[in-house]
Ligand binder design. Structure first.
Ligand SMILES: [Zn+2]
Length: 118
């Protein structure tokens, strides 16, 4: 099973990609099932087990106010931006209004939009 940090990365990736399709609301109980069908990485996972592993990660995102929760409904609390670190090339998904633009792996502060705009 992925570490909480990896799970968080994929959750943020999922929210970012869905926002690109105009969707910012999610059913908490459905997310694990969505991810096992959308991500090759999670294809062989039991959605129930993935949901259990993701639950504390989602709780963290709620307490960090990245997500707003109401019952089973989750909403991303703003626009996520995808930034790449100039130092370690890690890609971070950050809530622009709430989170500093620092790399989530090395804490580097030189980030640029990913992919780069031409
Ligand atoms: Zn970095």
């Amino acid at each position: 099973m992925d570490t909480p940090r990896e799970l968080e990365w994929y959750l943020r990736d999922h929210f970012f990609r869905q926002a690109g399709k105009g969707r910012t609301q999610f059913q908490r109980s459905a997310i694990a099932g969505e991810m096992t069908s959308l991500y090759l990485r999670y294809r062989g996972y039991d959605p129930q087990q993935l949901e259990e592993s993701m639950s504390p990660v989602i709780d963290d995102l709620v307490s960090m106010q990245i997500l707003r929760q109401s019952g089973d409904s989750l909403e991303v609390a703003g626009a996520l931006v995808r930034m790449q670190c100039a130092k370690c090339f890690y890609v971070s998904y950050l809530l622009a209004e709430k989170e500093p633009k620092t790399c989530q792996r090395c804490s580097g502060t030189e980030l640029h939009e990913f992919p780069k705009r031409k």
